[in-house]
Design a protein around this ligand. Structure first.
Ligand SMILES: [Zn+2]
Ligand SMILES: [Zn+2]
Length: 400
């Protein structure tokens, strides 16, 4: 058993017993999601019917005091799970303070290597303070299923993306860190919440090709209501009754955009915005969701509208990747990679592969990894994998 499989088993055991995937009818105990008012960024807390807590993102640095205060008020024990959807500052800036305030038992992020000091510092802090650190890998014994984490009373959180190592991270997208955000569906009875991080249209398109039930009562709108995400096709599949946009008043990005707001309106979703409504609290009784904005509008009760049952509607197979040859410099197809990790040239002969590490990073990459191309940091080149392994560990994006 790999150490990851062990971790996964432990996680599922510790968080809850999964009472089969067709959830038992909920006993009416509430499941609550707090969408915190953290300005331009994301931070949401899930409190399950049995009191399990999951923090999804930690807002921007400016909101760290506010987030820590809210968590101290709402969480009495260390968080059961912290999910960082992706390594951008508006999602991780308040996490260290949050962890100092209430602690956490487990931490999950996409494992997408990102050369920023803030992300490296967070990983160092998490490594020293949180018991388990993991990436959302599908169960190696059932790679065509979705990773599902039980939260008690039939509530569960299912990770839809990313699916490394079954599928590579999306690359050459508008923003690869955004595109590989953890996308997760929280289900309880006939209600569901979809968390999308800063997913891009490429993420939505890749997911739509999979046999997944996306339908959700409440959608945490991708990328703060940016114009490219929340495509009409994706919104049609999710069919949200309510949508929450987490953004700062008068932010520099023009979030939320008119385009995204219009598509949400066409999709029939009632939109809540943290910049106008303050904190938005959504309470599910397993049948309906009551959404309460902190200020302004009146609470709104929406029907769950989600079929209970598994989120995966069949085997989850890798999405065929669009051809990227034309978007890569030089216009050549990257060489195929045989199982042993060596590269071969067009005639199948072995090519010497070197490995590269960025200054200050604990990981090493394949020399052709896209992460390296984006970074201007100083680099160390290793002539062989074994030489690199002596000093660093393999990066999660290119799996050298
Ligand atoms: Zn963001
Ligand atoms: Zn982002």
């Amino acid at each position: 058993m790999t150490s990851f499989a062990r971790l996964l088993t432990l996680l599922v055991l510790l968080l809850a017993s999964l009472p089969g995937l067709a959830a038992a009818p909920p006993a009416g105990k509430p499941l609550t999601v707090y969408f915190f008012d953290v300005g331009q960024g994301d931070a949401a807390l899930v409190v399950s019917p049995t009191g399990k807590t999951v923090l999804i993102d930690g807002g921007p640095p400016e909101a760290r005091e506010h987030l820590a205060r809210r968590l101290r008020a709402l969480v009495k024990e260390p968080l059961d799970l912290v999910i960082l959807t992706h390594p951008h500052l508006d999602h991780l800036g308040g996490l260290t303070q949050a962890l100092k305030a209430v602690g956490a038992k487990r931490f999950m992020d996409p494992g997408f290597d990102h050369p920023s000091d803030a992300y490296k510092e967070l990983l160092d802090f998490v490594g020293g303070t949180v018991g388990q650190v993991m990436n959302p890998e599908p169960n190696p014994k059932a790679p065509q299923t979705l990773l599902t984490i039980g939260l008690g009373e039939g509530a569960s959180l299912t990770v839809l993306w990313p699916r490394v190592p079954q599928e590579p991270f999306l690359d050459n997208t508008r923003s690869d860190p955004n595109s590989n955000s953890i996308v997760a569906k929280l289900t309880y009875g006939t209600t569901a919440f979809l968390f999308t991080g800063d997913a891009e249209p490429e993420t939505e398109a890749a997911l739509l090709q999979k046999r997944i039930d996306f339908s959700s009562t409440v959608l945490k709108v991708a990328h703060h209501g940016g114009r490219h995400s929340s495509t009409a096709a994706f919104l049609a599949a999710v069919n949200p009754k309510a949508a929450v946009i987490s953004c700062g008043a008068g932010n520099d990005y023009g979030h939320p955009t008119l385009e995204a707001l219009e598509r949400l309106e066409v999709a029939g979703a009632h939109v809540f915005r943290t910049d106008q409504d303050g904190e938005v609290v959504a309470v599910s009784d397993g049948t309906t969701v009551t959404v309460r904005p902190e200020r302004g509008a009146a609470p709104r009760v929406v029907p769950g509208g989600v079929k209970p049952g598994p989120v995966a509607l069949g085997p989850i197979v890798p999405t065929p990747q669009r051809s990227r040859a034309s978007t890569r410099g030089g216009g050549t197809t990257p060489p195929e990679r045989p199982a042993d990790g060596t590269l071969t040239d067009a005639r199948g002969g072995a090519v010497e592969q070197r490995f590269v590490s960025l200054k200050g990073s604990k990981v090493f990459h394949r020399e052709d990894c896209a992460t390296l191309k984006r970074s201007k940091s100083e680099r160390t080149v290793y002539p062989s994998r074994s030489a690199a392994m002596r000093e660093r560990r393999p990066a999660e994006d290119c799996h050298p």
